[in-house]
Design a protein around this ligand. Structure first.
Ligand code: DC
Length: 222
């Protein structure tokens, strides 16, 4: 079974999806990490993102490995290196929207995402999970929050990896990424059909998780 959680950056998707997965005994699946890992690889290999040929070749040679065995955490490896933290850098963050708008990249990632979810129960978070990857999922959620709250959450994320950032800079970056992610031609960020919208601006973390859990319980009773 798949539960989908879509939404923009900083709306609380990751923490919510992780907690939901923990409480339900499901596996947490962060699809943004996959687009970040591809971006990390393209940057390391100096791939020209405008060159279809280079992008395709690189996608053929990339050795990505996703590991779900770390106590319900999802870790992502490039060759044998755990890059789960490195993919959170500013350099990757500011390039990932461009990489995730490339058709060949999306095709490959979506295929991998679907193949994983065939075997088990997953809470999958991303931008196109309820619209494109698993449109028939039983439980679909769309999270949203206002820009100030989102920027504060992102600032805390950067502090975790010791990157000093300015809150206004983060806000601008969020606005730019939102515009890019929701207006791109392929799989733009939008509310999936039949999804439940959860606004996390004024919600405590526990409230937002409980709200979703209650909704799932109610739907399952039907
Ligand atoms: O959730 P995140 O910030 O780690 O996602 C990184 C980028 O990946 C984000 O800018 C949009 C893209 N993404 C996507 O296009 N589709 C997904 N399913 C997940 C993320």
């Amino acid at each position: 079974m798949v539960i989908t959680i879509d939404g923009a950056a900083g709306v609380g998707k990751s923490s919510t999806a992780k907690e939901l997965a923990k409480r339900l005994g499901y596996q947490y699946f962060d699809t943004g990490a996959m687009y970040r890992a591809v971006t990390f690889y393209f940057l390391a290999e100096n791939v020209d993102l405008e060159s279809n040929n280079q992008v395709t070749k690189s996608l053929d040679s990339i050795k990505l490995h996703i590991d779900f065995s770390f106590d319900k955490e999802m870790r992502i490896f490039l060759d044998d290196e755990d890059i789960s933290l490195k993919i959170r850098s500013q350099e990757v963050t500011s390039t990932v929207s461009i990489v995730s708008a490339i058709k060949e990249v999306r095709d490959k990632m979506v295929k991998i995402q679907r193949s994983f979810a065939e075997n088990g129960n997953f809470v999958v978070e991303g931008r196109d999970i309820g619209t494109v990857v698993f449109p028939d999922a039983e439980h679909k959620f769309f999270l949203q929050a206002d820009y100030d709250v989102r920027a504060k959450r992102r600032l805390a994320d950067f502090e975790k990896i010791n990157e000093a950032k300015n809150i206004n800079e983060i806000k601008k970056d969020l606005e730019k990424r939102d515009k890019y992610d929701s207006t791109r031609k392929l799989s733009p960020l939008k509310i999936p059909n039949n999804a439940t919208i959860v606004d996390t601006t004024f919600c405590s973390f526990d409230d937002q998780v409980n709200q979703i859990l209650k909704h799932i319980e109610k739907m399952n009773e039907r």
